[in-house]
Design a protein. Structure first.
Length: 161
C-alpha cells in the first residue's frame, strides 16, 4: 500500500491513504517537541517520556501503553502489539525503514522537504505481506520517529564547529 503524510510547518502532520482519505494526525506543541498528540479516528494518543533522559518514550491512550519507542545507536526499537521492530534511517536520512528481525523492510518512509512550507511531506510504502503496514497508528508513530531522528541529526550537525 502507499500513503502520504503532509506536514505543516513542523507542527502538524496528516496521514492520507491512496484515495486521499485522512487516516490520522500528529499535532506538536512546538517545532519537533517530544510531546505530541496523535489522533486516529476518535482515539487520542499522547507521546510521553518514560524516563529522565528521554531515551524511552511511550505512546499512550489514557493510561494504556500502545507502543514504546527506545532510542539507540543503530536507530530506534519500537515495541508495538507484542512485537519489537527496529526503525532505521538511511545513510543520508533519505529514507527510513521499519524492519523485521531479518532486516526486511516492512514500511519505508521517504521524506520530501517542502521549501515553500518549510516542512516535510512523506511518501510511505508498505509490504502488503505484513499486517503492520495497514496500521495507521503504527505509521503515525513512524512519522513521529522520522521527525525525531531528523531533529536529532540537525542538532548534532549544528553542534559541529
Amino acid at each position: 500500500m502507499k500513503y502520504t503524510a503532509k506536514g505543516e510547518h513542523h507542527r502538524n502532520f496528516e496521514l492520507f491513504d491512496e484515495n486521499n482519505n485522512s487516516l490520522g494526525m500528529i499535532g506538536y506543541d512546538g517545532w519537533f517537541s517530544l510531546k505530541v498528540k496523535i489522533t486516529q479516528g476518535s482515539s487520542q494518543y499522547s507521546v510521553e517520556s518514560a524516563n529522565f533522559w528521554h531515551t524511552e518514550l511511550q505512546v499512550k491512550k489514557g493510561d494504556e501503553v500502545a507502543a514504546t519507542i527506545k532510542f539507540g545507536w543503530g536507530g530506534m526499537s519500537i515495541d508495538y502489539q507484542g512485537k519489537t521492530y527496529m526503525f532505521k534511517a538511511g545513510m543520508w536520512h533519505n529514507k527510513f525503514s521499519l524492519v523485521t528481525d531479518t532486516d526486511h523492510a516492512i514500511i519505508t518512509l521517504k521524506p520530501d522537504f517542502q521549501w515553500t512550507k518549510f516542512s516535510f511531506n512523506y511518501q510511505i510504502e508498505t509490504d502488503d505481506n505484513y499486517t503492520e503496514g495497514k496500521s495507521a497508528l503504527l505509521i503515525l508513530i513512524l512519522i513521529y520517529c522520522c521527525n525525531q531522528m531528523q531533529a536529532m541529526a540537525g542538532s548534532v550537525g549544528g553542534a559541529v564547529v
